[in-house]
Design a protein around this ligand. Structure first.
Ligand code: WTA
Length: 658
C-alpha cells in the first residue's frame, strides 16, 4: 500500500507511535496555557495578537495590527512605538523587581556572576552610552562575536536600546565566515573578547577578528572584552578594551521609542547556496511573539521559576529564548559559558542542582549525547526542581524523548517539542504544557495564533495519516521581514514554491498522524527516495537509536545504480557496548532491527560504526559530508564543522565498517 505522494506507509510503525502522556492534574491546574487560547485565536486572529502585544510596554499604541497589503513583506502593529531594551530591562525595575536575579551566569572554569534586573539596567545603559560615544546610532549595524558572556547580552540590548541592529556571529565561526557577515551588513563596530574557554582550554578569539577586519572597510572600532587573559595583537587606532570604554560611562540612559517595524537584528543562516542569508527581524511583532511563546510554551512563572536554555546566543534560539523572550517576561535564568562535559559529563546536572533550575530547554543532539554518556550520570544529581523540559532544532527521536522524560524529567515534567526556524523568529508548533497530551517525537499543533499545514506539491492539505510539505499559510508577528539586502532572494527562497497560494514554504517535510498531529520529518532535502519510496532519514535514525547498543545515528541517502538512493547509516555505539558489538553480527542485528521497526525497505545498505558524527556548531549533523563518505567522494568543505578533525577520525576508522 502506498500513498499518493509516494511516502512509504511502511514508515507508519514509528509514526503511529502510540504512547501519549496526559498532563498531570497538578500541572494543568497551574498552567499558563489553556484551551481557550485556541478559541480566542480562532475567533479573531488579529485581536488575539493585539492582546499578546499588550504584554509589552508601548510608548504609542498601533493603529493597525497587520498590514499584509505588500505581501510577503509584513508590517505588524503599524504606527506603534516601543523600545525593545526598555521592555526587557527597565520596566521590570520600575515595577519593583530590580532585586530579582535576571542572570545566574556560570563560567566554564567555575567562576560565576549574579546579575539582578537593576544591575542589568545599569550595565545595558553604560554599554549603550559607550556605543553611542563610538558613533553608533539608529540603523547602524554592530557585529557581536562573543562566547556566552553577560557582555554579549549587554551588547545586544544596548544595540536594541539605540535602535542599532546587532548581527551576532557564533564564536565558533572562522575569521572568513565572520568577514563575510561583517561585510554583508557593513558593520561599523565589532565586539569580541580576547579568548574563550572551550573544554577547559583558553582559545584565542580576537585573533580571528584581526584577520577578518583586515578585509572589512566598514569597521571603525573593535571593542574587546577581557575574558581569558590571552595575549592579542593590538591596533591602537581601532581596538579598545571594553572596560576602558564602558566602565566610565554613566549608568543611566534614556531609551528612545522606535517604530514597531524598526529593524532589531540580522542573523545569518545557511541556505541551499553557499552564501549565508542575513535574516532580518524587526521590533514589535518579534518581541510580542517571543514574550507570548516564552510565557505560554515554557509556562513561565517569573517569581519562582529558574529557566535555562542551553543554546548559544550565536543562534536564533539564543536570541529569542535567552535574550528577548525571557527578559521581556522578567524571568530569572541561567546562562552557562561552556560545554556539557567541562570539566565532567555531569556539568549540566550540577548546574540544575546548584540553581534549582525548573525549566530546561535543549536540543535532541545534546539529549542523545547524554544518553551516550549514560543515565547513571544525571542520576547522581538532584533534578527534582525540573518541572518542564523543552526540545528544539531537529526532530526528536521517540527513544530520546522517552529517555529525556525518564532520566531528566523524572517521568513528571512535561516535554515541549518546539518547531520553529531562524526565519520564524519564535516557536510556531508545539504542545501546550498542561493542556496537550504529548506524544514522543511529535511537535503536534500550531500554537494558538499560528497557522501551519502539511500540503502536497500543489498546496492542498494532505489527509490525516499522510505526508507532505510544511507551510505557514498565515503571516505571524515574528516572521522574518526579509533577507538583508536581497528582497528577490527572500521571495524566491520562501514564497515562490506556493506563490499562487501565498504560503511560506518552510523547507521541512512533515506528516499528519491519524489524530491530525504534525510530525516533522526533517528537511525535504534529507528525505531519501529508495526504489520510489520516500523514507525520512529521521525515521531510520529513530529506529537505529531505539536499539539498545546505539547512542547516536545519522542516515544519508547515497546514490545507488539500482534503487536510486540507498540508505547508509553512521552509528555511534553506547559507551557500555563492548568492542565486539561493532562486528559483523552487531551490524546485521542493527539492519534487521531497522527492518523490523520500519520495514525491509528501510534496511540500510551499509552501516558504519564511527567514533563521532560531523556536526555544525549548532549541533546539526552535516549529512552532506556523510554523503561524501557514503558515495566514496572526496570530502567537501569542513569549515563549518564544530570540530574539523571529526571527518579524519571517521575516514580513518572506516576499515572497521561493513
Ligand atoms: C529543524 C532552530 C523538528 C527544522 C530554531 C527547521 C526541527 C530547522 C525542530 C530550523 C523540531 C527545528 N522538530 N525539526 N522541534 N526545530 N527543526 O533555523 O528542519 O537553526 O527547518 O532554527 O531546524 O533551524 P534553525
Amino acid at each position: 500500500m502506498s500513498e499518493p505522494d509516494g511516502q512509504s506507509t511502511t514508515l507508519d510503525n514509528l509514526l503511529s507511535e502510540s504512547r501519549t502522556f496526559p498532563p498531570s492534574e497538578a500541572f494543568a491546574a497551574q498552567a499558563n496555557a489553556t484551551s481557550e487560547l485556541y478559541d480566542e485565536a480562532n475567533a479573531d486572529r488579529e485581536a488575539f495578537w493585539a492582546a499578546q502585544a499588550r504584554r509589552l510596554h508601548w510608548d504609542t499604541e498601533w493603529d493597525q495590527v497587520l498590514d499584509w497589503s505588500n505581501a510577503p513583506f509584513a508590517k505588524w502593529f503599524v504606527g506603534g512605538k516601543l523600545n525593545v531594551a526598555y521592555n526587557c530591562v527597565d520596566r521590570h525595575v520600575e515595577a519593583g523587581h530590580g532585586d530579582r536575579v535576571a542572570i545566574h551566569w556560570e563560567g566554564e572554569p567555575g567562576d560565576s556572576r549574579t546579575i539582578t534586573y537593576a544591575e542589568l539596567q545599569r550595565e545595558v545603559s553604560r554599554t549603550a552610552n559607550a556605543l553611542a560615544s563610538l558613533g553608533v546610532g539608529s540603523g547602524d549595524r554592530v557585529a557581536i562575536y562573543l562566547p556566552m558572556l553577560p557582555e554579549a547580552v549587554y551588547a545586544m540590548l544596548a544595540c536594541a536600546r539605540l535602535g542599532a541592529l546587532h548581527s551576532v556571529v557564533f564564536g565558533g565561526f572562522s575569521s572568513e565566515a565572520l568577514r563575510t557577515r561583517i561585510n554583508d551588513a557593513a558593520a561599523k563596530v565589532v565586539i569580541t573578547c580576547d579568548g574563550q574557554y572551550r573544554r577547559g582550554k583558553a582559545m584565542p578569539l580576537k585573533a580571528n577578528v584581526d584577520e577578518a577586519v583586515a578585509g572589512t572597510p566598514s569597521v571603525e572600532h573593535v571593542l574587546v572584552v577581557k575574558r581569558t587573559g590571552t595575549e592579542t595583537d593590538w591596533n591602537p587606532a581601532r581596538d579598545q578594551w571594553w572596560d576602558d570604554v564602558v566602565e566610565g560611562q554613566p549608568d543611566t540612559h534614556t531609551p528612545e521609542a522606535f517604530d514597531a517595524e524598526h529593524p532589531l537584528f540580522i542573523l545569518y543562516t545557511s541556505g541551499t547556496t553557499g552564501r549565508p542569508k542575513g535574516i532580518l527581524h524587526t521590533s514589535g511583532g518579534y518581541l510580542t511573539q517571543a514574550a507570548y511563546t516564552h510565557h505560554t510554551v515554557f509556562d513561565l512563572k517569573p517569581e519562582s521559576d529558574v529557566y535555562w536554555c542551553t543554546a548559544d546566543i550565536g543562534w536564533v534560539t539564543g536570541h529569542t529564548y535567552i535574550v528577548y523572550g525571557p527578559l521581556a517576561n522578567g524571568a530569572t535564568q541561567v546562562i552557562y559559558e561552556g560545554t556539557p562535559n567541562a570539566p565532567h559529563e555531569g556539568r549540566h546536572w550540577e548546574i540544575v542542582q546548584k540553581y534549582g533550575v525548573t525549566l530546561y530547554y535543549t536540543a535532541p543532539t545534546t539529549i542523545r549525547t547524554f544518553m551516550k554518556w549514560g543515565a547513571d550520570i544525571p542520576a547522581r544529581y538532584d533534578l527534582s526542581s525540573l518541572r518542564l523540559l523543552g526540545s528544539v532544532g531537529e526532530p526528536i527521536n521517540p527513544e530520546a524523548w522517552i529517555w529525556y522524560r525518564e532520566h531528566i524529567g523524572g517521568n513528571r515534567a512535561p516535554i515541549v517539542d518546539t518547531w520553529w526556524q531562524t526565519e520564524t523568529g519564535a516557536i510556531m508548533i508545539s504542545p501546550l504544557p498542561g493542556h496537550t497530551h504529548t506524544k514522543p517525537g511529535s511537535a503536534q499543533r500550531p500554537l494558538p495564533g499560528i497557522s501551519a499545514k502539511v500540503v502536497d506539491e500543489t498546496g492542498t492539505p494532505v489527509a490525516h495519516g499522510s505526508g507532505g510539505l510544511l507551510v505557514l499559510d498565515q503571516p505571524w508577528p515574528s516572521m522574518l521581514r526579509g533577507i538583508w539586502g536581497d528582497d528577490e532572494r527572500y521571495r524566491e527562497t520562501y514564497w515562490s514554491k506556493f506563490a499562487d497560494k501565498g504560503f511560506y514554504f518552510a523547507g521541512d517535510g512533515a506528516k499528519y498522524d491519524n489524530d491530525g498531529d504534525i510530525w516533522l520529518l526533517g528537511r525535504v532535502d534529507d528525505v531519501m527516495n529508495v526504489s520510489g519510496h520516500r523514507i525520512s532519514t529521521t525515521e531510520v535514525e529513530s529506529a537505529l537509536v531505539s536499539h539498545p547498543t546505539v547512542a547516536e545515528a545519522a542516515v544519508v541517502g547515497a546514490s545507488d545504480p539500482t534503487t536510486g538512493q540507498a540508505i547508509v547509516a553512521f552509528v555511534i555505539l553506547r559507551g557500555t557496548a563492548d568492542d565486539a558489538a561493532s562486528g559483523e553480527a552487531a551490524i546485521k542485528a542493527l539492519r534487521d532491527h531497522v527492518a523490523h521497526e520500519i520495514g525491509p525497505i528501510a534496511k540500510p545498505r551499509q552501516i558504519m560504526v564511527v567514533p563521532e558524527l560531523p556536526k555544525t556548531r549548532s549541533g546539526k549533523i552535516m549529512r552532506r559530508l556523510l554523503r561524501d563518505v557514503a558515495e566514496n567522494r572526496e570530502i567537501g568543505d569542513v569549515s563549518t564543522l564544530a570540530d574539523s578533525s571529526v571527518m579524519n577520525l571517521i575516514s580513518a576508522g572506516l576499515g572497521k565498517s561493513s
